[in-house]
Design a protein around this ligand. Sequence first.
Ligand code: SF4
Ligand code: SF4
Length: 230
Amino acid sequence: MIVAERKPLDEIERELEGCRKVLVAGCGTCVTVCMAGGEKEVGVLASLLRLRAAMQGRELEVLEATIQRQCDREYVEQLRQQAEGCDAILSMGCGVGVNYSTEVLKTIRVLPALNTRFYGANLAEGVWSERCAGCGECIVAATEGICPIARCSKSLLNGPCGGSQDGSCEVDAEVPCAWQQIYDRMAQLGRLDRLEEITPPKDWSRGRDGGPGTAKRADAAAIETSGGQP
Ligand code: SF4
Ligand code: SF4
């Protein structure tokens, strides 16, 4: 899922400078699961903003709404009416939600309340860790399910750098060296010989380096005509 964290309150208040009425909008999917921007977090942030405004003698009306997803037009449209008369929507969705709400709602400003961090897994209660960088062409069959792009600090594709020490990455002793993990996994599976093959330069144009990505199913037109049901 997409993992995000709330911005510092001072930064959010700077974004809202000059606003007298705002709608704090949560998202019911990834950011609810990572406890950054769901209904509960919307309530907490809205209360904090009201309280701080009252303490500082500022006029600020704060409305609250949480929709199922901020990356789907049918849900984002629900915010249009609720944001009527607001100076801005303060989105607690990920960056996709902020961008897409801006695009769909057009006439209202949409400001980010979160910093979107990475695609990650939930390791324990309250702990998430990056596992994929969305490179557009998955190569982890060659590394037995361990991603060297997201999990090696230098995204190396052909083995470790010289800084790997006792299983840790040179950037931080608390960070496991992804290439040590790959080596251990290959050894466990009896596939170490595979590591002798050289991985050719990767085609980065499938990911961020190729510009904004678009994915369209071959039967997209058929889906559109059937009202979204393939
Ligand atoms: S190789 Fe690319 S798609 Fe596969 S897990 Fe790594 S970043 Fe994600
Ligand atoms: S120590 Fe390991 S994880 Fe860190 S940059 Fe070098 S190869 Fe990558």
